[in-house]
Design a protein around this ligand. Structure first.
Ligand code: SF4
Length: 217
């Protein structure tokens, strides 16, 4: 499967997406919904989280992907931009850094960036949005669980369903099986185990315009 951009789909253009959100033809315009909640226009408040999207490159092409990532996307954050982000981190009282993508680990500067963040903020929460399968995608990623552990990274991963059929339909053939293998690798170094101090969060992504089910379930 190809990304929307590779398919020349109009939804790969953010301008088109924004126009769609504002169009009365698709329901109540987004700005009116914000106004209803007393939130229009949106204003910046204090920065709590610095979320860095390290690029659109990914080893998967999921149906629900909101950044249209995939193996055919080559746009990634370069080191120069990362250095500017680190400068922001030095200057601001930010205690959560959230690394996302694409598969953020595919950015060749990913490990360097994590190490630099740790030097600046030894106690900060660093989150990596890991799609799990990236760890098995290439031998150079096999040691990522140890790397995550070493830097006390909180791992947030998608696992849309507890059966292979539904997960693979949303995230690609074989994703469920690989995800379970990687979850076991993460368990082996302590992730998901009580009192290990290593947090592993699994996230359910709805594959359509509906909300996820009850959290407890
Ligand atoms: S793994 Fe994440 S970034 Fe990659 S295609 Fe799926 S949702 Fe998008």
């Amino acid at each position: 499967m190809k990304s929307l951009k590779a398919q020349n789909h109009p939804l790969s253009d953010s301008r088109y997406e924004l126009d769609l959100l504002e169009s009365p033809e698709t329901g109540i315009p987004f700005s009116e919904k914000l106004a209803e909640s007393g939130l229009f226009p949106l204003k910046p408040t204090q920065i709590e989280i610095l979320q860095l999207n390290l690029g659109k490159m990914c080893n998967q092409v999921c149906k629900h992907c909101h950044v249209d990532a995939g193996p055919d996307r080559k746009e990634i954050m370069n080191k120069e931009t990362m250095m500017k982000c680190l400068e922001v981190l030095r200057q601001q009282d930010i205690n959560t850094i959230d690394l996302t993508g694409g598969a953020p680990e595919m950015n060749p500067e990913f490990r360097w960036l994590v190490e630099e963040i740790r030097k600046i903020k030894p106690q900060a929460k660093i989150i990596v949005r890991c799609n799990l399968t990236i760890i098995l995608a290439n031998p150079k990623f096999y040691d990522l669980p140890e790397f995550f552990k070493k830097h006390k990274i909180e791992v947030v991963s998608s696992l849309p369903y507890f059966t292979a059929m539904k997960t693979d339909a949303q995230r690609g053939d074989g994703v469920f099986e690989k995800s379970i293998k990687v979850l076991k690798m993460l368990n082996e170094v302590g992730y998901g185990l009580e009192n290990s101090g290593l947090t592993l969060n699994l996230v359910y992504n709805p594959a359509g315009a509906f909300l996820p089910g009850d959290q407890e379930g």
